[in-house]
Design a protein around this ligand. Sequence first.
Ligand code: SF4
Length: 82
Amino acid sequence: MNQHIHCSVSNCHYWNQGNKCQANEIVVVSDSLADKYPDNIDAPKAATIPATPANTCMATCCKTFVEQGSNKTNVDGVTKLS
Ligand code: SF4
């Protein structure tokens, strides 16, 4: 259950009070992969994403992030828990 994912990125579509992520699933990747892969490649397709080692936490990111109010909230198959 993603109620255990804590995140402070408060302008994300999936963010909720108490720094809780309300996405039904997320995928974390390297910054370099996130740059290259389109928005529709996300957690539901995680098994098809190549492994992406990183040397520091600064080189990783949540690829599931989508800005609140964006018209891209439905392109990747991730849903928001109610
Ligand atoms: S989808 Fe990622 S960036 Fe958005 S609230 Fe969840 S963990 Fe944070």
